[in-house]
Every structure is written in structure tokens, then in C-alpha cells.
Design a binder for this molecule. Structure first.
Ligand SMILES: [Zn+2]
Length: 373
């Protein structure tokens, strides 16, 4: 299997990188916490006037201490700092920064106390070769046990102008089973309106990557595009129905909402997993298309989705199997709890013999692995 995401990333044209970076320099205000970047330099600093920034020193815990050194910040690429409460996690756009940002988001919106340990353990779900880095990132997270307050992200206001009022607390409460931390990113960015799309600039085009579609590529268009809908979303909707799930359409894929009796009903954890995998798979192919300047291969996106789902379910089944085998010869072995057995996508007996839903397995076998050759 060849998920060469890091190789892909290295192929992003320099012009595109510069463009993305240029975007970050546009709005800094007094007191902003930033990183000043130039070549190998990456200095944490605070903006103190309209030309100057005062450098700060970060101690071992990531807290900043002011220094007396001021520099002209227009001689650097200025990137907003991603903060963990008081701590500086890294420049926006860097791996450390993005990971902290993701975790911050999870902390913000999964109201109950977020179990960092759970996040770390879930890295056993990560079987893509490109996810090695995540391990370091997650260790960083375990060290940082910051408690973070709730705040309303501005994305909600922007979405409101586009789709009207939505039950945001319910949306942020949606959780997904089976998924890895990285599986969550694309869909998370959709809801936060931070998913990078062609319209954001930096590529050869600002329009949709599907052959025959001239629409501008923005986040909604990835769901609304007739061609993407036909080749991707409706196929997943059909598969979900065959799996006894009940997807909605547009707002389901964007926000995990489906029409209920008299109000919106949020996706359940297994449906939310399907949404996360769908976005991850689609977005990977969209990005690849733009980087290679080729049309979007929508069948590859669907195949990626099916493989991803299948792989995560295998990992989930294996996790319980390992858990069970480690203790089955004890005097009083435990059985797999019922709530972990009765699922739509995977079934298991008390002794952790698991069975991925045959409909999904069949779809997995039927779907060609385009990357294999
Ligand atoms: Zn389109």
C-alpha cells in the first residue's frame, strides 16, 4: 500500500507554499503571539508595535518569558502561534502547531474531560506508514495536560450566513467510533471552515478538480458538486443504508445532522466514523489532484474510503481480541462488554471473535486497490 502523503507534501510547489505562508502574514495586531520565520530561524515573539516584535524565550514547559530583544517583523514570515492555554505549541501550519490545534479543538468541543490517554492509545489504530510522526506528537500531548475553556469558534458565524442557524452544541458533541486522531482532521476542518481548498489559493486553479466541473472549489462545493456527489457521496449513502445506517444528505456530510421527527438529529458514533473517513479519503484525493495538476479520481477516493473503514474495523476487532487473549486464562476472565459487541459495522462474541459486517467486507473485496500496482 502506498499512502505516500509525505512524498506528496514535498511535491507542493514552492510557489504554493509561499502563498500559503503569505496568507498568515496578513493580519497581525498589537499583542499577537507569533513565530517569526526565516530560513532555519523560528523565533517566538509578541507584536509590540506596527513594525516591531519583542522576542520571547520559551522555557521547558512551553511558557513564554519576555526578552529585551526587539526585531522588525516585516523581515520575517509571521505565523500566528498555536497556543495551549499559556503554552506555545508551534507556528500555525507546522506539524506541532496543527496537532496542538486539533487537540485544542477536541478539548474545546468534546465537553467532558477529554481523555488524553485514550487519544494516545488510539494510535494503535494508525497503520498508515505516513502516520509515524503522530507518535511523537501524541507524546507531546500527554505531557501537556492543559485544561482549556470553551469558546465559540468564529466558524459558526460564517456557516450561519451560508446555511442558516444550526444546533452547534449538538454538532460539537458528535463523537466517532474507531477513528484515529488523524482521521478526524479533515471533517474537523470542514466544520471549522479551515479546510484548505483550491479557492484558498496557491494552486494552478481555484476551480473544482472534477473533469467537466467549472465551479469554484470551496468547502461546500466538495459536497454540493453534482459529479462528486454522484461518484462519491451517493455511493457511500447507499453503502450506509445497506449497513443499516441512516445518512442524511448535505447537512449530514457537512455537520453530521440528519432530519429527525421534529428537529435535527446528530449522527451516531458509527455514522460519524463514516463521515470522518469519507472526508479524509475525499480530501486526500482532492489534494493529490491539485498537487499533480490532474483531474480528481473519484473512484480512487471511494476506494480509499472503503479501505480506510475496513482497516480501522480490523484494528478495532484486533484490539479487543488482544485484550481478551491477554487475560482469558485467568481464574475469572472478563468477556468483551456488550456495548462493544453490538455494533453496526462490527460484531463480536464474548470471547472477542469479531466479524466485520459482511456487507462492508464484500464492498472491500469488490473495490479495486488502485494504489497496489
Ligand atoms: Zn465540482
Amino acid at each position: 500500500m502506498a499512502f505516500k502523503v509525505s512524498a506528496l507534501a514535498s511535491k507542493i510547489p514552492q510557489a504554493a507554499r509561499d502563498n500559503i505562508k503569505a496568507g498568515w502574514t496578513t493580519s497581525v495586531g498589537l499583542g499577537d503571539k507569533v513565530y517569526l520565520i526565516r530560513g532555519k530561524i523560528e523565533w517566538p515573539a509578541i507584536i509590540v508595535s506596527d513594525t516591531r516584535a519583542r522576542r520571547v524565550r520559551l522555557d521547558a514547559t512551553g511558557k513564554a518569558h519576555e526578552t529585551q530583544t526587539e526585531v522588525m517583523y516585516n523581515r520575517f514570515t509571521v505565523s500566528q502561534a498555536v497556543m495551549w492555554g499559556e503554552k506555545w505549541a508551534g507556528p500555525k501550519g507546522s506539524f506541532g502547531g496543527e496537532l496542538a490545534d486539533l487537540t485544542y479543538t477536541l478539548l474545546n468541543h468534546e465537553e467532558t474531560e477529554f481523555k488524553l490517554e485514550r487519544l494516545v492509545r488510539s494510535r494503535t489504530f494508525d497503520q498508515f506508514p505516513d502516520e509515524g510522526d503522530e507518535e511523537n506528537g501524541l507524546q507531546l500531548i500527554t505531557k501537556t495536560k492543559a485544561k482549556i475553556k470553551m469558546k465559540t469558534p468564529p466558524a459558526e458565524a460564517v456557516w450561519k450566513t451560508k446555511v442558516g442557524p444550526l444546533p452547534w452544541p449538538a454538532i460539537w458533541r458528535i463523537r466517532a467510533d474507531y477513528v484515529s486522531p488523524r482521521d478526524k482532521i479533515s471533517w474537523m476542518k470542514v466544520r471549522h471552515r479551515t479546510l484548505w481548498v483550491a479557492k484558498s489559493g496557491g494552486m494552478n486553479t481555484t476551480s473544482c478538480a472534477m473533469t467537466g466541473c467549472v465551479h469554484e472549489e470551496n468547502i461546500e462545493h466538495l459536497v454540493d458538486c453534482t459529479l462528486i456527489r454522484r461518484g462519491f457521496w451517493t455511493k457511500i449513502e447507499a453503502l450506509m443504508r445497506a449497513l443499516n445506517m441512516n445518512p442524511g444528505c448535505r447537512l449530514f456530510w457537512l455537520f453530521g445532522l440528519k432530519p429527525g421527527r421534529n428537529k435535527w438529529e446528530p449522527a451516531d458514533p458509527e455514522e460519524a466514523a463514516m463521515i470522518s473517513w469519507a472526508w479524509r479519503a475525499l480530501y486526500a484525493e482532492v489534494t493529490r489532484a491539485h498537487i499533480d495538476d490532474k483531474p480528481l479520481d473519484i473512484n480512487a477516493a471511494y476506494a480509499r474510503f472503503v479501505r480506510l473503514a475496513h482497516m480501522r474495523l480490523q484494528a478495532y476487532g484486533y484490539k479487543w481480541y488482544r485484550w481478551y487473549s491477554r487475560q482469558q486464562f485467568r481464574a475469572f476472565p472478563k468477556v468483551v462488554p456488550l456495548k462493544h459487541r453490538q455494533k453496526k459495522l462490527i460484531e463480536s462474541g464474548p470471547d472477542a471473535e469479531y466479524l466485520i459486517n459482511p456487507t462492508l467486507s464484500a464492498e472491500f473485496r469488490r473495490t479495486p486497490d488502485k494504489e497496489r500496482n
